[in-house]
Design a protein around this ligand. Structure first.
Ligand SMILES: Cc1cc2nc3c(=O)[nH]c(=O)nc-3n(C[C@H](O)[C@H](O)[C@H](O)COP(=O)(O)OP(=O)(O)OC[C@H]3O[C@@H](n4cnc5c(N)ncnc54)[C@H](O)[C@@H]3O)c2cc1C
Length: 387
């Protein structure tokens, strides 16, 4: 029987798992299989500096060239996994090769959510999830005067800020009644809304997209109320869909994500899931959660490595996250949903303030704008008060 650890996906979580296993003295083969042609890289700059400053892709790589060879980690890149046979302990590749595993980890992340609307497949419609997305978007952006961005989550807002810095006209469409509704409270949404409008973003809330218009390529969008907006390109930033289909087909329990326990183990012995694709129990927040952030990819991978090395530890983090827009740094700690109290500390007009969220008197989350100290202090307090 194979002793190898095989990891599906070669992103942030996979890289950390492989590194932590070697650091912990794991001596058997480690094989990391990724469908993208690049070694593990960081995604956050894709919607920020990487898009605007155009550095070479290798500036995003998580490890120096040579690291993977030195660590005896086999990277199989540009290699999609097609299926897993959990009983035979075998991974099937799209090119029909098979790889046996002793331990398997899913680190398959998420993909851009498809837009089920006419015109969504036209040339000139882009998303921002991968290096190759930016490689397609960047030249189109150079030729564009007007862009429509669909979705005012953090990625849509970050790209809007970058496009405005380049002097392009930006219409930002959001179906909800405020920006970043899924991740922040109203005071923060209102602040970012005003900040973007003041910098020339044509932000339209409650905007329902009906179609992307154009014949040979996208030339704009049509809203459900019949309004037409012309654009040289359309960027879709409407969120992510979890890559859990292969796990589900292999009989692993899934529920909008691969279900794992507090050491990242699935219901099938010796099979783990980490990072954006995993849904885990949080005692701290009293429910199962799936996070899409670097902190979780790294820390859950470390917990999985510890479990594989027989040094179990309970993973129950205070999640944290950041977003850069213009010269603003938004830092988020904890999860604010379910709060019954929100207090603004400092003056939003100074662009340096924070919002604390409480539930039944306990601090459960904080959002800080350009206030690293408030964020760090609150993170510690959240950890204590939600323990
Ligand atoms: C534009 C953008 C900006 C972001 N900004 C921030 C930020 O500011 N702060 C923050 O904390 N987080 C941010 N994130 C989120 C963060 O990047 C993710 O949480 C993190 O990358 C998750 O790591 P992961 O390893 O779980 O998944 P990923 O890094 O997404 O890696 C998963 C990999 O698995 C591959 N894969 C999937 N299926 C298969 C298959 N069948 N066979 C082979 N390979 C497969 C995928 O193609 C991908 O390469 C951002 C993400 C994006 C896209």
């Amino acid at each position: 029987m194979s002793e190898a650890v095989v990891v599906i996906g070669a992103g942030q979580a996979a890289a950390q798992l492989a590194a932590s296993l070697r650091q912990g003295g794991f001596g058997a083969p480690i094989v990391v299989i990724g469908d993208e042609p690049y070694p593990p890289y960081q995604r956050p700059p894709l919607s920020k500096k990487f898009l605007i400053e155009r550095p070479a892709p290798d500036s995003l790589y998580l490890r120096a060239p040579g690291f993977w060879d030195e660590q005896k980690v086999t990277l199989m890149l540009g290699t999609p996994v097609a299926a897993v046979d959990a009983a035979a302990r075998r991974v099937m590749l799209a090119d029909r090769r098979a790889i046996d595993f002793g331990i398997l980890a899913f680190a398959t992340g998420t993909r851009a959510r498809a837009l089920p609307l006419p015109g969504a497949d036209l040339p000139g419609v882009f998303s921002v999830r991968k290096i190759d997305d930016i490689r397609q978007l960047r030249p189109a952006l150079d030729d564009a005067r007007r862009a429509v961005i669909v979705g005012a989550g953090y990625i849509g807002l970050e790209v809007a800020a970058g496009m405005r810095a380049e002097g392009r006209e930006v219409t930002l469409l959001e179906a909800e009644d405020r920006v970043m509704k899924r991740v922040t409270g109203r005071a923060i949404s209102d602040f970012f809304d005003a900040f973007h409008r003041a910098r020339g973003v044509d932000l339209r809330l409650g905007a329902r997209l009906a179609a992307i218009t154009g014949e040979a390529r996208a030339t704009g969008v049509r809203l459900a109320d019949g309004a037409e907006i012309a654009a040289d390109l359309v960027l879709v930033a409407t969120g992510a869909k979890v890559n859990d289909e292969i796990a589900a087909a292999a009989g692993i329990a899934c529920e909008d994500g691969i279900l794992v326990d507090e050491s990242a183990a699935t219901n099938v012995a010796g099979v783990y899931a980490i990072g954006d694709c995993a849904r885990f129990p949080s005692r701290r927040y009293g429910r199962h959660i799936r996070l899409e952030c670097v902190q979780n990819a790294i820390d859950q991978a470390k917990a999985a490595a510890a479990a594989m090395l027989g040094k179990g530890e309970r993973y129950d983090p205070v999640p944290w996250f950041w977003s850069d827009q213009y010269d603003l740094k938004l830092q988020i700690a904890g999860l604010m949903d379910g709060h019954d109290q929100a207090d603004t500390i400092g003056d939003p007009a100074s662009a340096r303030f924070s919002v604390e969220y409480r539930k039944a008197g306990r601090l459960i989350a904080v959002d800080a704008v350009n206030d690293g100290r408030a964020y760090m202090t609150a993170r510690r307090r959240i950890a204590e008060e939600t323990a």
